[in-house]
Write a new protein. Structure first.
Length: 215
């Protein structure tokens, strides 16, 4: 009789635009693979068109922007669940906490709570969340140095509000705050150390187990 498949752990990398989430996610995945984990990578939004609609709508109507992001997560849920069945650990560059920080922080209390309930019904909640903590001034400086135009939400006033929202969310014990001004290597080492202390050992990939396909 086959044993039930073990669901992998979901680790979300969060932070305001310019915090370095994509670079950090790839480096963290590489570091954990060296420690023997099988690791999958993903990012949000999954659908670029929905992501663009959400960004544009969020400027004038945060609720509608949040709903677009929620729809993107709902449509991507099947693939996320499949990754969690395939890997010991999946690292996601953003999760529903991005919507709670960006769109939720611009809504009234009742709408914010409703948006939070929508997130949890649409997708899988992360087991651990790493917050790359960066101030808005540094973020704008980094974003201004990019070759691509800044997105509608990549403005100093917005980023200040969102940074405050992230810090409030990070009071939860499942969150780790890491200074985003640190170079990538020491920041990743710090994250690996904290994750290794907090993740259940039973979910580690057994020694000698064949490596799984990576994405």
């Amino acid at each position: 009789m086959r044993s039930p498949r073990r669901r992998g752990l979901l680790v979300a990398i969060e932070g305001i635009d310019g915090a370095g989430k994509s670079t950090f996610s790839r480096a963290l995945a590489a570091a954990l693979r060296r420690r023997g984990w099988s690791v999958g990578l993903r990012h949000e939004p999954s659908d670029p068109m929905l992501g663009s609609l959400a960004q544009t709508a969020s400027v004038a109507d945060p609720w509608t922007g949040g709903v677009y992001f929620t729809l993107d997560r709902l449509l991507a849920r099947v693939e996320l669940v499949a990754q969690l069945e395939r890997f010991d650990l999946v690292i996601t560059d953003r999760s529903f906490y991005s919507t709670l920080a960006y769109q939720g922080s611009a809504l009234s209390g009742a709408l914010r709570a409703r948006l939070a309930r929508l997130q949890r019904s649409a997708t899988v909640a992360p087991d651990r969340i790493v917050l790359l903590d960066l101030d808005a001034v540094s973020a704008v400086r980094r974003l201004s140095g990019r070759s691509t135009p800044r997105a509608p939400l990549e403005r100093a006033a917005t980023l200040r509000r969102v940074a405050r929202a992230y810090r409030a969310l990070a009071r939860d014990r499942r969150w780790f705050r890491i200074d985003a001004t640190l170079p990538t290597k020491p920041a990743v080492s710090l994250a690996v150390e904290r994750l290794a202390r907090s993740l259940p050992p039973v979910r580690r990939r057994a020694a000698g187990r064949p490596r799984r396909r990576r994405t």
